[in-house]
Structure formats: structure tokens, C-alpha cells
Design a protein around this ligand. Structure first.
Ligand SMILES: Nc1ncnc2c1ncn2[C@@H]1O[C@H](COP(=O)(O)OP(=O)(O)OP(=O)(O)O)[C@@H](O)[C@H]1O
Ligand SMILES: [Mg+2]
Length: 236
């Protein structure tokens, strides 16, 4: 459904992503893992229009998206969160959640959809608060809410588990499985192997911009090439 073919992103002489291909089917959670600097965030940035691909094709259900603006890509059905939190401090949770709908000209539907998403994430009691009043894990859920409120075909999450407690990670895992069951595919980038292994149907490993391995979580965990790529890095 979401198809990435031969994606290359060069920053000067550095090929942060180098001829990388990836296919994400409908209704699955796909893990994209790899050591620091492997090119995971750059891949998400290229798919969602935040950096321009140097080469490659990106299409959603056959519709080409490479080189389009972030807003066009959001409208086409790809939404994301960021590695660094990106909520508007001066707005309430409810206003933060409604922003993407406004950007897409769908504000009339917003009160209903904000309520629905908040219920789904268990943050219905926080709608009137400002993000700064929330514990970190709750803020992360609001970011995910803001990504899924447009009902994307695929949501791309850049390290949503970072800084969460184990109970919050278990909840995050449930949220991702629920999304997949409701036909929103999830691309999960995270360093937490337990979260990745517990949540994903498939895992793809990126190393120095290139695909190192792909397969079922249990096979990836035991793959010698994957283990070797992580040796010497502080976090698996
Ligand atoms: N805007 C940019 N300009 C120049 N180099 C960049 C830019 N963004 C990323 N890079 C470089 O591209 C490479 C891949 O970075 P990227 O952030 O995609 O890695 P990552 O896999 O997300 O790592 P991490 O796990 O640490 O988040 C790194 O060497 C990084 O320094
Ligand atoms: Mg990153």
C-alpha cells in the first residue's frame, strides 16, 4: 500500500538514506530499527515531505508522493510524529488535536473527532489542559492523537517510546495494535527492542542508510548481521 522504492537522501557527500526500499501493507505495525545515525528519521522525513528525496519513488495506493509538500502528503493519508515533541505550548490539548483538521479544512468535524480520538487514547480528561501541565507520557499520547485524528492510512511514529515508563510503553503497544486492527498501518521507529518485538508484525533493519535485514521480529532479534550492527552502540 505504501511503497518506497530506491529512496536516497544525500546531505552533501553523506548518503543518510541510500537506495532503500520498503513496502508497508494495510493494517500492520512495521518496525524500522537501526543504530543511531542509521537514517531512520531521515526516511520518515523524506516519506512525509520534510526533506526532499535525492532519488526514489514513494507512493501510497499507487499515488506518487515523492517531492510533495508535507500538507499534500498529510492530505493523501500519511501522518507522523516527531522525535522531539512538537506540541503548541500556548494551546490546550483539544486545540492541539484539532489543528491538523483545520489545516485540511475539516474544522467543522473537529469537536466530535477530537472527543473520539481522546477517548481512544484515554486522554479524554485532559482536553482543557495545556501540554506543559501534562506528564511526559501523556504529551506523547497527545502527539499520537494529533497524528491519527486525520484518519491516515499510515502513521509514522519517530521514537514514541523514548522516555516512557514500562506501563506507558505497554499502553503504547496496545494503541498501535488497535490502530492496525482498525486498518491504520503504523511505521514504528524505536530503540526499545521490547516495544518493537511486542508491537510489530514485521521488522526492517536499516544500517548506514541501507537495508540490512527484514523479517519477523523473532528472526530479526537472532540475526547475526543485526546483532553485529548494534555491537559497540550504547543502545540496541
Ligand atoms: N538535515 C541534515 N543535514 C545534514 N545531515 C543530516 C541531516 N539530518 C540527518 N543528517 C545525518 O544523516 C544521518 C542519519 O540521521 P538520522 O537522524 O536519519 O538517523 P536516525 O537513524 O534517526 O538516528 P537516531 O537513532 O539517533 O535518531 C546522520 O549521520 C545525521 O547526522
Ligand atoms: Mg532519529
Amino acid at each position: 500500500m505504501l511503497s518506497i522504492e530506491g529512496l536516497t537522501v544525500a546531505f552533501g557527500g553523506l548518503r543518510a538514506v541510500d537506495d532503500f526500499s520498503l513496502e508497508i501493507d494495510r493494517g500492520i505495525v512495521l518496525g524500522l530499527i537501526g543504530p543511531n545515525g542509521a537514517g531512520k528519521s531521515t526516511t520518515i522525513n523524506a516519506i512525509t515531505g520534510f526533506v526532499r528525496p535525492t532519488q526514489g519513488r514513494i507512493s501510497l495506493a499507487g499515488k506518487p508522493l515523492a517531492g510533495r509538500s508535507p500538507q499534500e502528503i498529510l492530505r493523501a493519508g500519511l501522518a507522523r510524529t516527531f522525535q522531539q515533541a512538537q506540541l503548541w505550548a500556548g494551546m490546550t490539548v483539544s486545540q492541539n488535536l484539532a489543528l491538523p483538521l483545520e489545516a485540511l479544512g475539516r474544522s467543522r468535524a473537529s469537536a466530535h473527532e477530537v472527543g473520539e480520538v481522546a477517548e481512544r487514547l484515554g486522554i479524554g480528561d485532559l482536553l482543557g489542559l495545556r501540554p506543559s501541565a501534562l506528564p511526559f507520557g501523556r504529551r506523547r499520547l497527545v502527539e499520537i492523537g494529533r497524528a491519527i485524528i486525520t484518519k491516515p492510512a499510515v502513521v509514522l511514529l519517530d521514537e514514541p517510546g523514548a522516555g516512557l515508563t514500562s506501563a506507558e510503553k505497554a499502553n503504547l503497544s496496545r494503541v498501535m495494535r488497535d490502530l492496525a486492527a482498525a486498518d491504520t498501518s503504523v511505521l514504528l521507529v524505536d530503540h526499545d527492542m521490547e516495544l518493537v518485538m511486542n508491537s510489530c508484525d514485521q521488522v526492517v533493519v536499516l544500517n548506514a542508510g541501507r537495508r540490512l535485514a527484514a523479517g519477523l521480529p523473532k528472526d530479526i532479534r537472532e540475526d547475526p548481521a543485526v546483532i553485529a550492527a548494534y555491537l559497540g552502540t550504547s543502545q540496541p
